[in-house]
Design a binder for this molecule. Sequence first.
Ligand SMILES: Cc1cc2nc3c(=O)[nH]c(=O)nc-3n(C[C@H](O)[C@H](O)[C@H](O)COP(=O)(O)O)c2cc1C
Length: 316
Amino acid sequence: MPKIYLAPLAGCSDLAFRLICREYGAKFAFFEMVDAHSLIYESRQTFDVLETCPEDKPIAAQLLGCDPDIMLKAAKRLLAIVKVSSIDVNAACPVTKVIKKKCGAYLMRDPSGLYKTIKKLVSSLDIPITVKLRSGFEMEDHKKLVSIAKNCEKHGAATIFIHGRTRSQLYSGDVDYEAIRLVKENVKVPVFGSGNVFNHELAKKMFDETGCDGILVARGAFGNPWIFKQIEDYLKDCKLPHKISMASRKKALKRHLYLVNKYRKGVESSKVGIMRKVGIWYSKSFKNAAKLRGLFGQARSYEEILALVEKFICGV
Ligand SMILES: Cc1cc2nc3c(=O)[nH]c(=O)nc-3n(C[C@H](O)[C@H](O)[C@H](O)COP(=O)(O)O)c2cc1C
């Protein structure tokens, strides 16, 4: 069966989001990315990111960093806090602040530190180490990408995840399926494709055009936890997804908000900020979307958000 994972999504794939995705069909998820330095210096936010519960399994962690010794220290710290099935090394984050520190997608530009990190983690830890790449840094360079992927494999990476966009593309523009296909052809370890997996058809396209072993669902799951089962059913026997009723959407939104309220740590304002974002994700599919978006954006408490859901969204 092809593997369909919930992608690492900084600022989004918190415990509530992972749980709602699992309840509707996701079989594997990632924690939000964790910065290696913050983990070592035990920042409170980092511990919040690693919040989990027994239903939140299986799960992988992802570390951001570029110094092999710090990455190992952080990985050991992480393993002392949570049980994960693998640790991923982020070589994909395009954010300028991260690139300036020579981390994230910068490792695609100068991968020597990436190989050292993978080697160090693989030789020191008893857990699979994976890597998340982009298709390139500034521009497409298939030869360099294949060489990076092969070297990651050589140094012990157990799986390669690739977002089929360069760092310069950030999150928009065409996905380079050919890049992912070339990596798949040139390594023996499993390869996962990422990019524009927004529905069952685009998921199939990713598998068909790249021959990948699995896919990451990212923005496609925002306000749409049904996507995992829809993709699975479509790949298994070409079953087309049913239209999701307004009542089902409302139920899922209420459940998601409940989970945020239950599990989100930190100050009330940040919790409400997450709830607003969640409300806005789901409101896309409601009739009065624009109005609802505005109202969710102004809400100041869980109760206010729930009242908006009851007042403006039809269904039980
Ligand atoms: C808000 C947001 C946060 C993300 N955070 C991470 C991250 O922490 N680590 C990572 O490897 N990729 C991260 N990504 C990239 C996604 O995992 C995925 O590769 C990318 O969005 C492409 O998939 P999509 O076009 O289907 O959304 C993030 C993407 C978004 C939109």
